[in-house]
Ligand binder design. Structure first.
Ligand code: NAD
Length: 351
């Protein structure tokens, strides 16, 4: 028997093609009349095109969202939000833009509508990571959970192939760790296995044909499930390592997840057998860790920390940082084996 607690956050999820054209209707249904639209500089045009449909409901926009949600950017956006007297926040983009929307919601209690355009999954979580003075801190707070999520497959077609691959592997990592989470439950396990299956089958098709709408749809569907897993279950070694590598060594978020995942799975392999069996099943491979590495290689994804620009001399410090604060993991976190894992991931040694 697996005793469990199942909690779910109330959010409205709309999935399909062209769903971002329903933004106005969604705002009206919730009685919001003054939206602040957010994006990165790269997605300014795309977000303004979508925002046009809001007509008089568009109060203003801000297009300087940045990776890791720097507090100084949030404070600039907060000024704009107050100036235009917004009564809701509309984030159009990936985890960086959604992070800014959450940071604003935390400070204002305003509701958020999110239109995700990557597979990172932040839209389905009550988690916010913020950076101040070079330090990234993460909190879980129901105040930052978006109210409505509009998944519009058409908007994901422009996500470059390489970013699609690493973003998809980032998503898979959420599902993989949810399968062995201490606070996991049967519903999340079903979602996680289905999520890995959907993404593992979609990503090779996206690499072959980036505008394959069915493949894009399967990937976004998988990303939704992965985000739900991340929002519901606690994460372990893999996410901790990636947080350390991103936060302290400035490594890029999604590619770091892509490189580390097979090694984190290999580390936990003997301590989480049912989870590994589910991952292997979803990948259609005999072994979870080896299967994940094979998928990465097939997708032409980065397979070593060296490729991401990490210096070998930083590995000792990375192992120190990653083992500093105790956290739960199916296999105990020990300095020697973690240093070994990082060394192998740095070199890209087969798992
Ligand atoms: P991102 O949001 O930084 O996007 C990367 C780049 O791709 C940006 O320039 C963006 O404008 C562009 N882009 C996004 N979608 C596009 C599209 N469809 N077409 C063309 N260009 C597009 O990348 P990300 O990986 O989605 O997000 C990473 C950030 O999200 C990190 O800061 C990470 O910590 C955070 N994150 C948070 C959570 C959470 O639950 N809080 C979950 C996952 C990731």
């Amino acid at each position: 028997m697996q005793p469990f607690v199942y909690e779910t956050a109330p959010a409205r999820v709309v999935f399909g093609r062209g769903t971002s054209q329903n933004l106005r209707r969604e705002l009206e249904a919730l009685n919001f009349g003054r939206a602040l639209v957010l994006s990165t500089p790269d997605q300014k045009e795309q977000s303004l095109r979508i925002a046009q449909g809001l007509g008089s409901q568009l109060a203003g926009s801000f297009h300087a969202a940045a990776m890791h949600t720097p507090v100084e950017v949030t404070l600039q956006a907060l000024e704009v939000l107050k100036d235009v007297q917004a009564d809701c926040i509309v984030a159009i983009g990936g985890g960086s833009t959604i992070g800014l929307g959450k940071a604003l919601a935390l400070r204002t209690d305003l509701p958020q509508i999110v239109v995700p355009t990557t597979y990172a999954g932040s839209e389905m979580t009550p988690i916010l990571g913020e950076t101040e003075n070079g330090l990234k801190t993460t909190q879980r707070n129901p105040k930052v959970q978006p109210r409505v999520v509009l998944y519009d497959v058409d908007l994901t077609v422009t996500l470059p192939v390489q970013a699609s691959v690493t973003s998809g592997m980032n998503a898979i990592a959420h599902a993989a760790e949810a399968l062995y989470a201490r606070d996991g439950n049967p519903v999340i396990s079903l979602m996680a296995e289905e999520a890995i299956r959907a993404l593992a089958h979609a990503l090779p098709r996206i690499v072959a044909t980036p505008d394959d709408i069915e493949a894009r749809s399967d990937a976004l569907y998988g990303a939704w499930l992965c985000g739900t897993c991340l929002g519901s279950a606690g994460m372990a070694l893999h996410h901790k390592l990636c947080h350390t590598l991103g936060g302290s060594f400035d490594l890029p978020h999604a590619p770091t997840h892509t490189v580390i995942l097979p090694y984190a799975l290999a580390y936990n392999s003997d301590a989480a057998r049912p989870a590994m069996a589910a991952i292997a099943r979803a990948l259609g491979m005999a072994d979870a860790a080896m299967g994940m590495r094979a998928l990465s290689m097939r997708l032409g994804a980065p397979t070593s920390l060296r490729e991401l620009g990490m210096a070998e001399a930083d590995l000792d410090r990375a192992a120190d940082l990653a083992t500093q604060n105790a956290y739960w993991n199916p296999r105990p976190i020990e300095h020697g084996p973690i240093r070994n894992l990082l060394g192998r991931a740095w070199a890209g040694t087969p798992v």
